[in-house]
Design a protein around this ligand. Structure first.
Ligand SMILES: Nc1nc2c(c(=O)[nH]1)N[C@H]1C(S)=C(S)[C@@H](COP(=O)(O)O)O[C@H]1N2
Ligand SMILES: [Mo]
Length: 171
């Protein structure tokens, strides 16, 4: 009778230990995947992180004001964005990036994915990362401050203007 109770305790302990190990392994596997955070842009190439940017980092670079109307099937929205040319952002990380890579995949926190060619980024007055509209910080998906967004000035429609920007993958 005594030993049966001990056996049950041992089995219970073994099961709990096994569960803890399984949870730990899955947590580790998930961690090695790409982690996207609101209010942060992960800049990566070939699985390596080149940098992480926040609005505070962008504000250290020269700011420009961009008045524009975004066209979509749902109608038009008027904006007066504040931001920085993507070219200046890339150069602030490493001035060699624009020569080394040919395109950039942009991704939002909602996994909305789009892209821009490096040739578009190199054009003057074209691709910007913006962080304010009419002087107000862009809102994150969850309603906080600190969102960033890609805009392409010489695009007619707004589909590629990735909002809630969380990663730039250089290819
Ligand atoms: N992260 C994210 N960005 C996005 C989208 C989206 O669903 N998620 N929709 C795109 C589309 S289809 C359009 S038309 C514009 C709309 O921008 P607006 O709401 O500022 O006018 O955002 C683009 N950027
Ligand atoms: Mo759209």
């Amino acid at each position: 009778m005594e030993s049966k109770v001990v056996d049950q305790k041992k089995i219970l302990l073994a099961v709990v230990t096994l569960l803890v190990v399984i949870i730990a392994v899955f947590a580790l596997l998930n961690r090695s995947g790409e982690e996207l955070h609101e209010g942060e842009i992960l800049i990566e190439a070939g699985g390596n992180t080149l940098g992480v940017l926040t609005v505070a980092d962008l504000q250290k670079l020269p700011a420009v004001q961009k008045k524009m109307v975004i066209q979509s099937t749902g109608g038009m929205t008027k904006h007066e964005f504040t931001g920085t040319p993507l070219l200046d952002v890339l150069n602030s990380i490493d001035p060699g990036l624009t020569q080394k890579y040919t395109r950039i995949i942009t991704k939002g926190i909602d996994n909305y994915t789009s892209g821009v060619e490096m040739s578009e980024v190199l054009k003057p007055n074209n691709v910007f990362i913006v962080y304010a509209d009419y002087g107000k910080p862009l809102q994150t998906k969850t309603g906080g401050e600190g969102a960033m967004r890609i805009i392409i000035y010489q695009d007619e429609f707004g589909q590629r203007f990735t909002n809630f920007l969380t990663s730039l993958e250089l290819q």
